[in-house]
Write a protein that binds this ligand. Structure first.
Ligand SMILES: NCCCC[C@H](NC(=O)[C@@H](N)CCCCN)C(=O)O
Length: 455
């Protein structure tokens, strides 16, 4: 997942370079960036969940990592000099001329990569739920997300440097993309190593089940997908997820410019303030996962995370324009980082508590699917609101971000309502969302299983 998240953002700091090198306009870049979600939104994610529940973690993980490598290779070819002047490039450039042929093929590659990336996301979640059932599941998920956030932070620093690596006078987008493609290949090999370990775990679990005289698990059925869609609990979690993440990932795209416009600072200073957001989340998410495993309070963490997000977005909308100071912006970014630790740390480990193991893959995939719809639409909506709120403004340093930020804050309010609803339902129906993953007797059992004795 580290290499996947790095590949997602490898081009983000290179927008102006690809514009000069390959003639991608900001619009073309926007279409390319949105391509990541297209096939997923049009149903691939639903299929991915079914494949995961039918075929298992090992097959689906290998398939998803292969899809990522294939998509990355297509994108690498599209932006390389090799592709320039080929018959395919000439043909692709001959229609919808505002989108260069290289951008079209790169978007196609990114679409394939996006399928693999989201499929890998649900596979990893199911694999962690399987490996850490009744153990440090939230800590494991928190560490996985933290590693991914560090990847995002790292690639923003590495990518521009790699672009200048071969020829500082004539930077190119090819080395960073080639580097991340090679990393994805290493990721595929790592997953293959994991499949061997997972096979061993299955053998151990099978032996244990036989020893305990447990009956065989019920098989996944296609009708389970319909059952998930019919579950009120699923919709509450999915709505909370789409509303919360739509106010985070799309915000990430506009955050640096919003800070520049409010504070009148350059892009580097704005990035220097903003980079504390993923880093703060990377540090705190595993710590909160550890807390959730031992103390519980998952639903409360979701509510607190949504509340913090509302405060931060309202600060950016209403307070920062009036009191434009770097410390205020920095404080709000740090608070948002805390919020971005609370919600993911609590949300993803809650799913195995409320969904049956045999359709866990489909449950994750359907939540991702609803989330992907929001992630693909909200950047467009925010762009429209920003343009409509700034008629006649041509200087990108002079945008008024009040309305887009209010829109993000209102998503937080809706997420909060779903969080409160979830906590109320949990109190009534006892789903265990507020309970720890590890109870004291389970903890003793883990120590026993590991052959250690507790003091
Ligand atoms: N094992 C993965 C848990 C989900 C982590 C979550 N990621 C997502 O929700 C993705 N569907 C969307 C990522 C979009 C990145 N461009 C997260 O918190 O990162």
């Amino acid at each position: 997942m580290l290499f996947a998240y790095m590949f997602v953002d490898v081009m983000s700091p290179l927008q102006s370079l690809i514009e000069t090198q390959r003639g991608w306009s900001p619009d073309a870049f926007g279409y390319y960036a949105g391509a990541e979600y297209i096939l997923n939104v049009f149903g691939f994610l639903i299929l991915a969940g079914i494949i995961l529940d039918k075929m298992g973690v090992r097959f689906t993980g290998t398939l998803s990592a292969s899809l990522m490598v294939a998509g990355a290779c297509i994108k690498l070819y599209a932006i390389s000099n090799l592709f320039q002047g080929t018959a395919l490039e000439l043909w692709l450039s001959s229609w919808w001329t505002s989108m260069p042929g290289s951008a079209k093929l790169a978007a196609f590659g990114f679409m394939i990569f996006g399928c693999g990336c989201e499929m890998a996301g649900i596979t990893v979640s199911k694999a962690i739920a399987k490996w850490f059932e009744g153990k440090e599941m939230a800590l494991a998920m928190g560490l996985e997300m933290a590693i991914a956030r560090i990847g995002v932070f790292a690639i923003f620093s590495i990518s521009p440097r790699l672009a200048e690596w071969i020829s500082p006078q004539d930077p190119s987008v090819v080395p960073p993309v080639a580097f991340c493609t090679a990393l994805l290949f290493i990721g595929l090999i790592s997953f293959m190593v994991f499949t061997v370990m997972d096979k061993k775990l299955d053998a151990q679990l099978g032996a244990k089940a036989l020893a305990n005289d447990e009956t065989a698990e019920e098989e996944f059925k296609l009708s389970d997908v319909a059952n998930i869609f019919g579950s009120r609990l699923f919709w509450i979690i999915a709505m909370l997820c789409v509303l919360y993440y739509s106010a985070i990932f799309p915000f990430q795209r506009y955050a640096a410019n919003m800070l520049q416009c409010n504070l009148g600072i350059d892009a580097t200073t704005a990035s220097d303030i903003f980079r504390w957001f993923p880093i703060g989340a990377a540090v705190l998410t595993p710590a909160l996962g550890y807390f959730l495993d031992r103390k519980g309070k998952g639903a409360t963490m979701l509510i607190l995370g949504a509340l913090l997000m509302i405060v931060c977005h309202l600060t950016f909308a209403l307070v920062l324009p009036k009191y434009p100071t770097e410390w205020l912006a920095f404080s709000a970014i740090v608070l948002l980082g805390i919020s971005f630790s609370l919600v993911p740390a609590a949300l993803w480990p809650s799913v195995p508590k409320i969904m049956d193991k045999r359709f866990l893959g489909s449950a994750y995939s359907l939540i991702f699917w609803v989330q992907n719809i929001g992630l693909s639409l909200f950047p467009i909506l925010i762009g429209v609101v920003l343009t409509a709120s700034n008629p006649g403004v041509t200087d990108p340093m002079k945008y008024d971000y009040t309305n887009p930020m209010l829109l993000f804050a209102s998503l937080g309010v809706l997420a909060l309502i779903f969080g409160l609803w979830l906590k109320t339902l949990d109190a009534k129906k006892h789903y265990g969302l507020e309970l720890p993953n590890i109870s004291d007797d389970k903890e003793e059992k883990i120590f026993e299983e590991e052959g250690r004795t507790q003091e």
